[in-house]
Design a protein around this ligand. Sequence first.
Ligand SMILES: Cc1cc2nc3c(=O)[nH]c(=O)nc-3n(C[C@H](O)[C@H](O)[C@H](O)COP(=O)(O)OP(=O)(O)OC[C@H]3O[C@@H](n4cnc5c(N)ncnc54)[C@H](O)[C@@H]3O)c2cc1C
Length: 455
Amino acid sequence: MSADALAGLIAELPEGAVVIDPDILASYRQDRAFDPNAGTPLAVVRPRCTEDVQATLRWATANRVAVVPRGMGTGLSGGATALNDAIVLTTEKMRDITVDPVTRTAVAQPGLLNAEVKAAVAEHGLWYPPDPSSFEICSIGGNIATNAGGLCCVKYGVTTDYVLGLQVVLADGTAVRLGGPRLKDVAGLSLTKLFVGSEGTLGVITEVTLRLLPPQRVASTVVATFDSVEAAAQSVVTITGKMRPSMLEFMDSVSINAVEDKLRMGLDRTAAAMMVAATDDRGATGVEDAEFMAEVFTKYGAKEVFTTADPDEGEAFVAARRFCIPAVEMKGSLLLEDVGVPLPALAELVGGVAKIAANHDLLISVIAHAGDGNTHPLIVYDPADAAMTERAHQAFGEIMDLAVGLGGTITGEHGVGRLKRPWLEGQIGPDAMELNRRIKAALDPDNILNPGAAI
Ligand SMILES: Cc1cc2nc3c(=O)[nH]c(=O)nc-3n(C[C@H](O)[C@H](O)[C@H](O)COP(=O)(O)OP(=O)(O)OC[C@H]3O[C@@H](n4cnc5c(N)ncnc54)[C@H](O)[C@@H]3O)c2cc1C
């Protein structure tokens, strides 16, 4: 890449949009997967509008320069890992939002944090449900590009269920509008959904039209501790077979203790597992649902069950669950899994992960959006210890193989990124893999957008 060519991009964009300061470039090399093989980008581009993104992609295509789209870099599978001589295109300056309380929709630029979208719509008495644990630090664009899940998704669905429309800039710089503020719309192929979860490989999302709901009702929370991780996991099928909890989360003993070390909230350090469940149904139904979950936990051998209708008490347990990844991260570097299985296989998955941990003499903590069958085994290792690092990587692969063998997936919500790409074909098979490649080639024939990620 010649200095002249980059000067061409600098000239096309507003002053300050192209950053080449090496210290700043360094801070955009990795996402939260902390890939040690991350490259150093040629420049970081900070567009403010769709036209800036178009100019960047037209320039990138003309000069055959790869572009890595980036939101807030909280991704856990290396999807926003920088490549040598590429552009990192960050949406952090694209932060407008307009809320329409009549159609119950919001039109947002991608760089707003999930929490900021929630706050902006709440001012109009509305609710944007998807709530990844990282909601205070991740962007809405990143959520759409990964089809993020979260804690209330067991009842309310994941990000894609709230995406009515998108504006997307393709590799050649064309900006297309897909969908819009219509609750039902089946005109043409389902292209809006194609871009949801496409991990920056098909286009850059520059605007989204979101579906909003009336505010969530105050929930009752049911917390149960167990001596057996399998028993806790087994309770999930029984609960979801009869009702729709608004949250059904799982923490194992490692995560309970790691959280307790920091938050000192009196969690039972001796428990093998803890379930944090909630129901936001009203009146008698809500009371019955909370009682039902407490009964099921007891039936599966819970050693203690605690129910509260106090929102602050309930929120303290939700905060504990949200804090699991940062808390376990304090024990060492993490290889972070995102495997999911059909619900009846959840206990077998959790038990199988424990065996893999024992076989490789590793600490693996398991937390889960249990009601969605989506677990996060967190493999703790020391990168300075070569033998341990190798065992951790072996375990990483074995856990994905285990999940696929149980009819599951290598990723329930974080995306394939760069870390899980070698396992993708093993899950979806050669025909679906080829179809993925053909779609990528049709939209991005020069492989400009996020090469090496996802597909
Ligand atoms: C403590 C912690 C807890 C987490 N909990 C959850 C959870 O409960 N549920 C969950 O789903 N995830 C969770 N995550 C993962 C992460 O926060 C999500 O994947 C989030 O959606 C990423 O958003 P981001 O803005 O950080 O995106 P980035 O990490 O910057 O990017 C993620 C991917 O999206 C692409 N991308 C970003 N913006 C765009 C755009 N505008 N157009 C096209 N492509 C784009 C990137 O190329 C990359 O492939 C957690 C992460 C942490 C650190």
